[in-house]
Design a protein. Structure first.
Length: 440
């Protein structure tokens, strides 16, 4: 039957259908632990317990996606995804602390500790869509089997299934070979996969930077052809991808890739010139170093790190010594439309403007008569610490103004120390909090 369909597809020139059918025809490679060499020691006990319970309930359970890929690369996975043939309600019945989420496609969060959960989802199949109709990855799928589930996944290296029962690895797509060769390759016809969900191109830029993999030649060609489609993608998904990039410890290289794949000019055209990139990359390298040390960086700071040059240029456009109020108003006028387009929450944008407008004060003259009283209020302002953290990133990226940074860090630690000392003596009754929002 399959042979007949393949023949018809060949004759009618349906190239993409053909590549899917060829995959579907394939029986998977099942590799034993000695053959794939994956270290099960990286899988947390809580995760193994969840899988055992599924199996005791009569269901299949596999680890899939980024966690399998990362373990094969010898890295500690950041989270674990389990797939099973159990339906959401059947999953729920097996665990005490299990919550079903999602409206159309429900999946389970099973808690392994107070604040950590494992995502357990049911195998899914994809309903075929016309190219150009973005499926948002989760929109057009129904429950299915493992050999259908594999076809909806993005890259071969993300499509390996690890069976903890016998430690075997199920490989339908040649993912293990691609991991060994360090190649990132779409499952099926790359152009079709990118048209179906253009966000995959951004994921390709990130994964190749993060894993030091090269994109397959066909994928690169397809990405270059499909790059303009990114402009139509869903803005909330794009914002989530932007945060993922800025947190992945390889954001500088991801941006270089995004530019190379021509995605940047269609997604974030404000950052796409060589001039902007040359200034941006050193700042991203600072973020990457912080993330490599697992420092948490909030979303509003990530957005600021990405767009700081635009903000700075605007603030300094007509003056060498910007004043807080003017800078605050100007940022609002100039960049609110950009933040609305990116879907940055209003509360984050307010915090960004408050922070960025205070940075010029760090390098301004400290000799005026009114300086002392300004400095006191500035140091106690609720946005001071944000601004100092941003200034530190900028100083580290540019190598300029490090004396100013030392000065302010020193002053701030003194204020904090005296604040703590006063807190320990309640009778002192001093209001140490100068919490103006937009004033110093
Ligand atoms: P990361 O380390 O960034 O979490 P990941 O591979 O685990 O990498 P997730 O976004 O957590 O990425 O997605 C989990 C899995 O779901 C992927 O490995 C992939 O198989 C699949 N997936 C995620 N997004 C898409 C998409 N847009 N199209 C197809 N498959 C996807
Ligand atoms: Mg993941």
């Amino acid at each position: 039957m399959d042979a007949l369909i393949v023949k018809i597809a060949e004759q009618s020139g349906l190239k993409h259908m053909l590549s899917f059918l060829k995959l579907r025809k394939k029986t998977p490679l099942i590799l034993s632990a000695e053959k794939h060499g994956m270290n099960k020691g990286y899988v947390e006990k809580g995760v193994l317990d969840i899988m055992n319970r599924l199996r005791r309930g009569g269901f299949e359970a596999y680890l899939v996606g980024g966690c399998v890929r990362d373990i094969l690369l010898g890295k500690k996975p950041k989270d674990f995804d389990v797939v099973t043939d159990a339906r959401p309600n059947q999953i729920k019945r097996l665990y005490r602390r299990c919550y079903l989420i999602g409206r159309r496609f429900r999946l389970a969060h099973v808690y392994i500790s107070r604040d950590r959960f494992v995502e357990v989802s049911t195998f899914r199949a994809v309903i075929d869509t016309e190219p150009g109709q973005e499926n948002g990855f989760a929109e057009n799928n129904i429950f299915g089997t493992m050999d259908q589930d594999v076809l909806r996944r993005d890259f071969t290296v993300n499509s390996l299934y690890f069976n903890s029962a016998d430690s075997s690895l199920v490989d339908y797509t040649g993912g293990l070979r691609d991991i060994r060769k360090k190649i990132l390759r779409s499952i099926g016809d790359p152009e079709r996969r990118y048209r179906e969900d253009p966000v995959r191109m951004i994921r390709a830029a990130r994964f190749s930077a993060q894993l030091s993999f090269s994109l397959s030649r066909q994928d690169l060609k397809a990405a270059l052809a499909c790059a303009p489609l990114i402009a139509e993608a869903n803005s909330s998904r794009l914002l989530e991808e932007l945060y993922k990039i800025l947190r992945c410890s390889a954001s500088a290289r991801t941006f270089v890739n995004l530019n190379h794949f021509h995605l940047l000019k269609h997604w974030l055209p404000e950052l796409a010139s060589d001039k902007q990139l040359n200034r941006l990359v050193p700042r991203l390298e600072v973020l990457d170093r912080l993330r490599a040390r697992e420092v948490e960086i909030p979303n509003f700071m990530l957005i600021t790190a990405a767009f700081y040059d635009l903000f700075r240029d605007a603030i300094y456009e007509n003056t060498d010594a910007p004043v807080f109020q003017d800078a605050f108003v100007l940022l609002g006028q100039r960049f609110t439309p950009l933040m609305v387009r990116l879907r940055v929450p209003r509360k984050d944008w307010d915090r960004i403007r408050n922070m960025v407008s205070r940075v010029p004060a760090f390098t301004g003259s400290r000799s005026s008569k009114r300086w002392k009283s300004f400095e006191k209020r500035f140091l106690r302002n609720s946005h001071f610490e944000d601004a100092l953290n941003l200034f530190e990133i900028i100083v580290e990226a540019t190598g300029e103004n490090s004396r100013d940074l030392q000065y302010w860090k020193q002053r701030f630690s003194e204020v904090k120390r005296s604040h703590h000392a006063r807190e320990r003596v309640p009778a002192a009754g001093v209001d140490a909090d100068g919490t103006g929002t937009t004033d110093d």
